[in-house]
Design a protein around this ligand. Structure first.
Ligand code: G3P
Length: 226
């Protein structure tokens, strides 16, 4: 399982990369627009923070295959490192994916809502497909079920494409896509923090501290064995 952060907020990225086992960063035009800053500087700064080995997914903004391909190639040059161009699934997006695969540029096909969109994206050469869990749940569909069938299809047809589940609003959705074998999840920082939160853990840590202090006072291990 790969955990990816779904944000372009510099401070949040710094914090998450320092704390969690993060495999990379995903953005989209909505996420980038929220930062309302110079685009080039922003993506270069993200690359500097995460380093060249972590994945950086940046979405193309053009609609025609020809322009998507051009944007992807320029972005790859500009941002460097382990780069993925995100392309919303569409006829032009699929056409661009096939061209980009021949040029060795990695593609994450995004805005996936159905199993067939995912399968066709995989056959066109996408490295990742990104199904939108919460947006499916919001329309009384079942995001986790869609992910489970995509994972099954990729296994059945021995496809190398991975599922990068996206659009989460709670920990349960993340947990359930992990249970059905999603290869990766991209999670906003506020949900990320909740993934490891449990009040009983804090009670346990508190008890450990109190019991230790009842015998050793404010001395720590290094004071006792140093
Ligand atoms: O990575 C896709 C994701 O950003 C969409 O999430 O919360 O806008 O549905 P959301």
């Amino acid at each position: 399982m790969l955990y990816v952060i779904d944000t372009a907020h510099i401070e949040e990225i710094k914090k998450c990369v320092e704390i969690y086992p993060v495999a990379g960063v995903t953005t989209n035009p909505t996420i980038i627009s929220k930062e309302n800053t110079d685009f080039g500087t922003l993506i270069k700064t993200i690359r500097d923070i995460i380093g060249p080995d972590k994945m950086l997914h940046i979405q193309a903004t053009s609609m025609s295959a020809e322009k998507i391909v051009k944007e992807a190639m320029e972005l790859q040059q500009f941002v460097g490192g382990d780069f993925y161009v995100k392309i919303p699934v569409s006829p032009e997006g699929l056409k661009a994916t096939k061209i980009l695969k021949r040029s060795g540029i990695k593609v994450t096909m995004t805005a996936i809502f159905t199993q067939q969109q995912a399968l066709i994206s995989a056959l066109a050469g996408a490295d990742f497909v990104a199904p939108y869990i919460n947006r499916l749940d919001n329309i009384v569909s079942d995001g986790v079920h869609v992910v489970s069938e995509i994972v099954e299809q990729f296994k059945n047809y021995d496809l190398k494409t991975k599922v990068l589940a996206a659009s989460f609003k709670n920990v349960e959705q993340v947990h359930k896509v992990a249970c059905v074998g999603s290869h990766a999840v991209t999670v906003a920082p506020d949900i990320f923090e909740k993934l490891i939160y449990h009040p009983l853990t804090y009670y346990a840590i508190d008890d450990f501290e109190k019991d230790w202090e009842s015998v050793y006072g404010d001395k720590k291990i290094l004071d006792l064995i140093g």
